[in-house]
Every structure is written in structure tokens, then in C-alpha cells.
Design a protein around this ligand. Structure first.
Ligand SMILES: [Zn+2]
Length: 275
């Protein structure tokens, strides 16, 4: 496989994680309420820089045999390296409408980048970003970043309006792939459960954006619109994964962004990467 992609089977379903690059964020945006000394020690233990979080972007390609599904939109060039053409994709799932997840949904001429795909996202998410001025007071990032997020959502979603298929509640998108409401990061944020032959991958989207948020459930993410709701969602998804012996995926976790969790005695969860 080309560099930046990693392929594995979930039962009969072929999954490929595709690196869509990295972006550097001020550490305080990722951990706005963490005690600075504790955060410094936690980052040092992991040999991570203190001043910035270098955050991976990782999309998921799901090939069920009948359907080709892309979860969050990678740059087309990356897909083509993995042997997939935009017209091969029949379903695009957008976990939510932040720019890092929808930036590849349209092409450079503002047309849908995947011409034959239905674009699946939650009705709540569509309404939140398109209907009115989205209320972003809950985000703990600078005001210009909030404005950028809102205007990007409007610009990227509008060209998709004839191909959008919104879902409500827990919904099967294609056989073996279910959307699970996972609100908090955004109002209509979705997780996805991929299941085949008793194997399961729970894609959390941005319900967690750094392994330290699992280790320290009290540490919030500045990009979560509703921090308490996001924390409850994170806990619910992790407990579901543990109870169901599932692997997990998270868009911003270190590549290949798949792994498992175990409950820690001192609270929280430990992330172990790998399939
Ligand atoms: Zn994200």
C-alpha cells in the first residue's frame, strides 16, 4: 500500500485509512481547561511538543463489495494513490461540517468532488450550519476561527444540496455501516459503526481528538461546542466499544488512527494503537 494509507478487514468489509496530512494547532485550543503543569507533564511523557499539537487528519474508505463509502473527505489525490477514483465513491459520510472534514467534499470549481455520491450527514448538522447564524459561543477558540468555521461550512455545504441525504437517529447507511448520533462536538456530529462477521470498528469522528482526552476525561476540547454533552458522548461511545469488544478510530489520533481502549484503574481510558 502507498505511504499514508493502511488497509485492514472488518470481517468481509475492507477498510483503508487514508492520511490527509497534518495541521498544527495551539495546544490551548485542544486543552483549554487542563492545568498547565499537568498538561506539560503529560505531553513530556509522550515526547510531544508543548507549544503546538500536530494533529493528523485521517479519512476512512469502506469497501463492502457493493458499496464504496468515504468517511470525511480526503483530498482526491490521496484517494487516487489508493486506487480509487472520485466517481467510484457512491456514498460520502460527513461526520460533521467542520472544514477539516468537509474541505474535500467540493472540487476547485465548487462542484461536488464525488459526482455520483450521496452525501450523508445528520439533519441536525445540516440545519445548524445552513439555516441560521450558527451559535458558536461554546467554542473556546478565537473569534476569527469561529467565523472561519461558520463561513467554511456554508460555502462547502451549499454545492452539495442536490446530493445530500440527511439521517436522524441511529440509521443504517449501507449494509454493515450504521450512523450513531454523537452530539457535543457539533449538534449533529455522527459516529459510525462498521460491522461484519462479529468484528466491529467504531469510528468516533471527533468525539475524541487526542489520546490524552481519553486518559483525562476531565480535559475538554476547545473545538467542542457543548463540552459536557461531548464528554457524555465520548464516555458512551467508549463504553459501547469496550462492551462490544470493538476497535475504535478517531480522525485526529496518531496515524493509522485505529486502536483499542482499556479502562484505567485511576479513571479514564488507555489508548493502544493498531488493528
Ligand atoms: Zn476535526
Amino acid at each position: 500500500m502507498p505511504e499514508g494509507s493502511y488497509r485492514f478487514q472488518v470481517g468481509d468489509i475492507c477498510c483503508t485509512v487514508l492520511s490527509d496530512g497534518y495541521f498544527s494547532y495551539p495546544t490551548s485550543w485542544f486543552f483549554p481547561n487542563a492545568d498547565p503543569d499537568e498538561l506539560s507533564r503529560a505531553l513530556a511523557r509522550r515526547h510531544l511538543p508543548h507549544e503546538a499539537v500536530l494533529s493528523p487528519y485521517t479519512c476512512l474508505l469502506i469497501e463492502t463489495g457493493r458499496h464504496v463509502v468515504l468517511v470525511d473527505t480526503a483530498i482526491v489525490a490521496r484517494l487516487e494513490v489508493a486506487g480509487v477514483r472520485p466517481k467510484d465513491i457512491d456514498t460520502v459520510v460527513l461526520t460533521h461540517a467542520h472544514p477539516d472534514h468537509i474541505g474535500g467534499a467540493v472540487d476547485s470549481r465548487w462542484r461536488p468532488a464525488f459526482p455520483y455520491a450521496r452525501y450523508v450527514l445528520s439533519q441536525l448538522e445540516w440545519d445548524f450550519w445552513t439555516e441560521s447564524r450558527p451559535a458558536l459561543a461554546g467554542l473556546r477558540v478565537p473569534e476569527d476561527v469561529k467565523r472561519m468555521i461558520a463561513s467554511a461550512a456554508r460555502r462547502y455545504l451549499a454545492p452539495l444540496r442536490f446530493q445530500v441525504d440527511t439521517v436522524e437517529g441511529e440509521t443504517e447507511i449501507v449494509p454493515g455501516v450504521r450512523a450513531i448520533p454523537a452530539p457535543g462536538h457539533t449538534p449533529g456530529h455522527l459516529a459510525l459503526l462498521i460491522s461484519s462477521q462479529d468484528q466491529h470498528l467504531l469510528n468516533m469522528g471527533d468525539a475524541a481528538v487526542h489520546p490524552l482526552h481519553l486518559e483525562r476525561p476531565d480535559w475538554e476540547n476547545g473545538f467542542d461546542l457543548a463540552a459536557a454533552e461531548a464528554a457524555a458522548t465520548r464516555r458512551r461511545l467508549l463504553e459501547r466499544a469496550l462492551a462490544g469488544n470493538m476497535h475504535l478510530m478517531a480522525f485526529h489520533f496518531p496515524f493509522p488512527s485505529v486502536g483499542r481502549v482499556a479502562a484505567r484503574q485511576e479513571g479514564g481510558w488507555e489508548w493502544t494503537p493498531g488493528w
